[in-house]
Each structure stands twice: as C-alpha cells, then as structure tokens.
Design a protein around this ligand. Sequence first.
Ligand SMILES: Nc1ncnc2c1ncn2[C@@H]1O[C@H](COP(=O)(O)OP(=O)(O)O)[C@@H](O)[C@H]1O
Ligand SMILES: [Mg+2]
Length: 155
Amino acid sequence: MHSLELSSLERTEALGSVLGNIVEPGDVITLEGPLGAGKTALTQAIARGLGVEPRIYVTSPTFSLLHEYIGRIPLYHMDLYRLADEGEVESLGFAEYFYGNGLTVIEWPERLGYLMPTERLHIELAISGENSRSANLTGYGQLWEKKVAEIVSMV
Ligand SMILES: Nc1ncnc2c1ncn2[C@@H]1O[C@H](COP(=O)(O)OP(=O)(O)O)[C@@H](O)[C@H]1O
Ligand SMILES: [Mg+2]
C-alpha cells in the first residue's frame, strides 16, 4: 500500500491527471471512502487527464448510476451507492464494462461483492482536514502492483 497526502484540491487534481495519462483500455479503478471524501472530485480530475472536454462536466452519477464520457479512451463512471448488493449490479449488466475498451471508475465498490474485479487500482480516500484528503493506493494484480509506486512518485 502506498500513501499520499492530498493537502489541497490541486493535489487531488494532480493525482487524477497522472491517472488519466497512464490508464489503458480495460483498466478498473475503485474508489472507497465516506461521502465528501473526494471520490467524484478525483474522477473529475481523471476525466480531465483523459482529455474529456471541460464543458462536459463530470457530476456525481448517484441518480443515474452510470455516466459515460469520451476522452482519449472512454470513461465509465459508476456510483453504486444506491444499489443494495451485487445482485442489483449484476442485473444492470455493469460488470460487462470491466476489462472492456475504456477505463471504469467505481465509487462505492463495496457493493460489488463477488463481482469485484481482481485486477484493479484501489484508492481509499479519507477526510484528513477541511481541504485535505489522505489516499491509500493498492494495486491488485501483477500490472497494478508494478505501476502503483510509479504513480505515487509522479504525483
Ligand atoms: N484535497 C481535496 N481533495 C478532494 N476534494 C476536496 C479536497 N479538499 C476539499 N475538497 C472538497 O470535498 C468535496 C468532495 O466531494 P465529492 O468529490 O463529491 O466526494 P464523494 O464523491 O467522495 O462523496 C468537494 O466539494 C471538494 O471540493
Ligand atoms: Mg461521489
């Protein structure tokens, strides 16, 4: 596990920018943390790093569950907060996006249960101050295990 102190929104944006630049089709990033931890803010920054047009504002998809954006590669942004469990995730067909042609970013991955992708970058965000957040990054699977230290060094 690698830790980063995101002492301002700009630091969160820097992390998102690095991620948006290095991700490849099929990658999955899971974002865990309480309401207000910055999961959506980080996703917005990843979108900018992917070159999603700024006028296409990335909002919390809490009411629509899934938003798709066109950047260097497609971005699928899921917010599973309102789902009860993996049965609901499965019936919506969300798992079919994983390992596909874009980057999948998932808020509230706890809901995935057995559908949790085995290869993924997991980021746990916590509120450490009014404008600061702590991020713990864990790479699951060989590729992410290798990449995570590099990511942290680039932020
Ligand atoms: N360092 C920081 N990183 C991310 N967000 C921050 C930071 N400092 C303050 N914030 C604010 O915290 C809020 C995070 O909200 P949001 O991203 O919607 O959280 P979540 O999706 O985890 O519920 C935003 O209003 C954002 O501007
Ligand atoms: Mg959110």
